[in-house]
Design a protein around this ligand. Structure first.
Ligand code: ZN
Length: 490
């Protein structure tokens, strides 16, 4: 979606979803609008998350929040506005975020004597509070997460992937030692990786960012990276070891057991609604969305096949809907006055994992037809006949099967588009072609990365330790320090 199109009034009328492969961007925009996930708004760079999109966000939030609680974290909430003098204290952080910060300069009729930044991220305001709260080693660790909106001045607009204001969570922790902070950083990276696979059905590569791709002010940044159908990588979450950079800038100290005053070691980690963009792009097909069941606002839609004068299927649909709701499923009975075929297409487009069809014949036999969205029409296993009495028990394994098959399809794609390359010319060609994740032994030198980027637009996505036999950087021939995935990216 170009800026220009964005400024046309209201949503562009999307009648049909174009096929996915020829123009992923057009498909993506059409599907996010037509499935009623988002709407463009009169506010430049900002989208409205509609109820169906917010339902996905709520499911992401619930799943991730449970994982944060399981790892000992608590939620809190900090102010949206940050006084300028506070923001200026951590030099790298300021430099990194300065071009993206929006400022409040006026309140009512009064011109402010000090500008207030709208948070682009909350290390600063949270650091200032931690300096107040933390006195002794007994106060550590502090393990807090915030669910919030942030604002970063952006020119382009693309739902979930690039918007000025977006929703996310940001975890901020403080520890007594460097070792504990690093352990926390890696623990949360693993939480994100596990969430991506088991909730979003997305296989990802987890690893450390190169120095140039690090979060401003971090001593190490880790990420999970997913691969999109156009061969571009999408960074889906990050976890930062901030060392003592922020604790020194914001004077967060504690008295150790040895009575010495020391600076704490801090971390921060975040996942935003960008993850939903990755899910939409990775799993969707020419018919529209295919939502992983754990993120789907509706797990199963019930469509009665009503012939005039016989509303028994509708009654039965409502009865089954109520029973499934009671059994803990997110279901909807589609009792709208539309033809069943129209409803089938609509719910397929909106990515509902399972469709339950109830016709007069099914009622006689005491069973219904359950149709899986992840499989192609007519594919083996796409339709199953289930006795009504077994529905509540059989839907859960069917939903798991949908999740597993979406994951398997995405994994097969990632595997087929990950290339271990040892030839320099092949490396540059694959990077330029946007072939996928190009895996090489790498020198870890910023100059080498900058050269590859200038030649091909590809950057390092993340890195991991060398493997036996790795010697020279495939890009430049200098000694290799790490293994790196290169790719073009969102
Ligand atoms: Zn190199």
């Amino acid at each position: 979606m170009s800026d220009e199109a964005f400024h046309t009034k209201g949503d562009p009328a999307v009648k049909e979803i174009p096929p996915k492969a020829p123009d992923l961007s057009a498909w993506y925009t059409a599907v996010t609008l037509k499935a009623e996930l988002v709407s463009y708004s009169p506010v430049r760079g900002c989208v409205v998350l509609r109820p169906y999109g917010f339902g996905m966000w709520e499911n992401l939030q619930r799943e991730l929040d449970a994982r944060f609680k399981d790892t000992g974290h608590e939620n809190a909430y900090f102010p949206l506005l940050i006084p300028e003098h506070l923001l200026m204290r951590e030099a790298e952080h300021v430099e990194g975020f300065a071009p993206e910060v929006a400022w409040v300069t006026q309140g009512g009729q009064e011109t402010l004597t000090e500008r207030l930044a709208i948070r682009p991220t909350s290390e600063v305001i949270i650091g200032v509070m931690y300096a107040e709260w933390i006195q002794s080693h007994r106060d550590l660790p502090v393990l807090i997460n915030q669910w919030a909106n942030v604002l970063r001045w952006e020119k382009a607009t693309r739902p979930f992937l690039r918007t000025m204001e977006f929703l996310w969570q940001e975890g901020h922790t403080a520890h007594a030692t460097a070792g504990e902070a690093r352990e926390e950083t890696l623990k949360m990276l693993e939480v994100y990786r596990e969430f991506a696979e088991n909730v979003a059905a997305l296989p990802v590569y987890a690893g450390a960012k190169s120095a140039s791709e690090r979060f401003p002010g971090a001593i190490e940044t880790y990420s999970i990276e997913a691969l999109m159908p156009d061969g571009k990588a999408l960074q889906s979450a990050t976890s930062h070891d901030l060392g003592q950079n922020f604790s020194k800038a914001y004077d967060i100290t504690f008295t150790g057991a040895d009575q010495q005053i020391q600076h704490v070691h801090t971390t921060s980690w975040g996942m935003s609604w960008r993850m939903l963009g990755a899910v939409i792009m990775a799993h969707g097909d020419d018919r529209g969305l295919r939502l992983p069941p754990k993120l789907a606002p509706i797990e199963a839609v019930i469509v009665p096949i009503v012939k005039s004068g016989d509303d028994a299927p509708l009654q039965k649909a409502r009865e089954i809907g109520a029973a499934l709701k009671k059994a803990g499923y997110r279901v909807r009975v589609d009792d709208r006055d539309q033809k069943p075929g129209w409803k089938f297409a609509e719910w397929e487009m909106r990515g509902v994992p399972l469709r339950i069809e109830i016709g007069a014949k099914d009622l006689e036999s005491g069973s219904v037809v359950v149709v899986r969205r992840d499989l192609a029409r007519g594919e083996e296993g796409q339709k199953t006949t289930v006795p009504v009495g077994n529905l509540a028990a059989e839907l859960r394994p069917l939903l798991s099967a949908v999740h597993d098959s979406l994951y398997a399809q995405a994994k097969a794609f990632l595997d087929a588009h990950t290339f271990r390359v040892s030839d320099r010319a092949e490396f540059f060609a694959k990077c330029a072609d946007r072939s996928g994740m190009i895996d090489i032994p790498w020198c870890a030198r910023p100059e080498c990365e900058a050269y590859v980027k200038a030649e091909t637009s590809a950057t390092t996505r993340n890195t991991r330790p060398l493997e036996p036999g790795d010697a020279a950087c495939v890009a430049c021939g200098e000694p290799a320090k790490v293994r790196a995935f290169f790719a073009q990216s969102y």
